[in-house]
Structure formats: structure tokens, C-alpha cells
Design a protein. Sequence first.
Length: 297
Amino acid sequence: MDFEFSDEEKIFQENLRDYFSKSLRPRLREIDEKGIPKDFILDASKIGLWSLTFSEDVGGQRASFTLASIAAEEIARADFTMATAVFFLLENSWGYVLDKYGSEELRKEVLPKVASGENFLGIASTEPSGGSDVANLKTSAKKEEGKYVINGEKAYISGVMEAKEMGGGHLTLVRTGGKGHKGISMIYVPINSEGITVSRIENMGRMGISTGIIKYDNVRIDEKFLVGEENKGFYYAMDGFNHARVLVASACIGSAEAILEEGLKYIKEREAFGVKLKDLQSIAFEAAELYTKLEMA
Ligand SMILES: Cc1cc2nc3c(=O)[nH]c(=O)nc-3n(C[C@H](O)[C@H](O)[C@H](O)COP(=O)(O)OP(=O)(O)OC[C@H]3O[C@@H](n4cnc5c(N)ncnc54)[C@H](O)[C@@H]3O)c2cc1C
């Protein structure tokens, strides 16, 4: 099997590496302390970064997920705290889902503002009772006079503060039907809707993008915000998770590459006990082992 990138993919990778080495890497500490700079978000929207995977009519480029994976890897290589890569992969995988399953009206209302870096888009699936068992989620949405009335709580949700500050929201998994995965719908919920309270979870690491809790107290959301069909949300979510997982994995590789590069630089410079660290076999072997594992990944 040939894993080589095409010429187009190689050029894309080189250009992004160059762009992020100038626009992101020098701001690593700033990102970790204060969040992803707004000017970077707006600047990167000009190269279509936040909407690579969307259709052209909503500001995207309909790029392949190979290109999106290359972008995730290159972002995390520059910002190895992963904050910017997570921001990127949320927009590109959940924007992709909204583009694929959302109505014309919903796509056009939400996605162009995500593409332009004006709004944030994320996923709200996990609840305080757990994340892996998506089919058992409890947050409910009852239909009343053309609105969904949402009650419940989501936990560990990425980008809650970014959504509040920038505007935007989350594709939210809610129970609209009976038990199990066939009773779940996906609704786009703008985070600044009445009845929502948000609180931040204090993370250790990946400080540049927030994680938090969203509480819904009779939040009334217009039915036009339903993604696709009622009670099909589980399937849309699994499609999104499949894509998001690949982008997360790519970002992890980029971050690890950057860290290994820094380590290699250090062992070539640092002298102890009369030799460079790189000339100590135990260290050289470990570096080779790490490099090999990363190359395989
Ligand atoms: C930094 C961060 C950001 C996040 N961002 C988001 C977000 O934006 N949106 C969102 O919806 N969620 C988000 N999450 C939540 C994340 O999706 C969940 O943490 C994840 O789904 C796992 O759920 P859990 O933590 O409740 O673990 P649990 O479901 O309690 O699982 C605990 C452990 O048991 C294992 N396990 C569970 N069930 C089985 C099984 N059947 N067989 C074998 N092993 C099993 C799991 O693999 C895991 O190792 C985020 C979490 C973190 C830490």
C-alpha cells in the first residue's frame, strides 16, 4: 500500500508548515495562557482553514479528509498544546456533518459564519453520567408549538467559552424518542440561547481552548435547528466521530513530531559527562525508537 502524499498534498503541507511556523509557533505561550488569538482565527479563515471540508456554497473548499488531516498535523506541529488543532478539528468535522445532513436553511445560517472565523461550532454529546455510552444520553427535547424545549446537562464540552464570546453553538445530542440510539436527535443549539448556563472546567494542559458544562433549563430552540431527521442523530454523530477521531489522531502525530524535533535538537547540543547526550547509546536508542513509532503512526 502506498502512503505517499500526492504532489498537491505535499505542496499544501509545505505551505501550511511555513504559514503556521510564522503565525502560530511564536504565539504558543500566549495561546496556552490566553486562548487562540482572535486575529489568528480571522487570518486563517482567509486561507479557508476552518471550512476545508464544507461545500463551496457555504464558504468551504470541499477538500478531502486527507488534506484536513494534513492541516490538523501541521497545526499541532506548530501549536503542540493541541488547542488550535482541537478548534480546527471541531469546525471541520462537525461543520462537515451539518453540511451533509442539515437543511439548506440551517447550512446557510450557520456554516458561512464558521468559515469566516466569526462563529464557533462544536459538539455536545457527553453528559455528567458518561461519554462512551452515547446511546443512553438523557438530555431531553420535547416538541411544543414548533420549538424543541431542551432540559438536561452536557459535560466536558470543548469550546463553551469560545462559543459564548465569538457566538455560535454546538450540535447537541438530545433524546426526542424512546430509549437507546434510535431515540436521539441532533439539534444545533446557539449557546447564547435563553435558559442556558455555562461554566468552565479548569483543565490541566490544553489550556488554550475551554472545556465546560452546559445546563439547559427549558431552552426553546426553533425546529429549523434540527439536523436532518428526528431520531437519526446517533447516526450523524457516529459519522462525525469517525471523522473527528482521524483528525485528532493526525493532530497527536503533529504534536509528537514537534516535541521529538525539540528533543533531538537538545540532545545534539547538550553536553554532560564530557559527551553530547546524543552520543550516549541509551539516549540515541530511545530517540530512534520514538522516531520509528512516530513514523509508523
Ligand atoms: C479535554 C476534553 C474535551 C472534551 N470535549 C468534548 C466535546 O467537545 N464534546 C463532547 O461531547 N464530549 C467531549 N469530551 C468528553 C469525551 O467525549 C468523553 O470523555 C469520552 O466520550 C469518554 O467518556 P467518559 O469520560 O465519560 O468515560 P467513560 O464513558 O466513563 O469511560 C471510562 C473508561 O471506560 C472505558 N469504557 C467505557 N465503556 C466501555 C466498554 N463498553 N468496553 C470497554 N471499555 C469501555 C472507556 O474507554 C474509558 O477508558 C471531552 C473530554 C475531554 C477530556
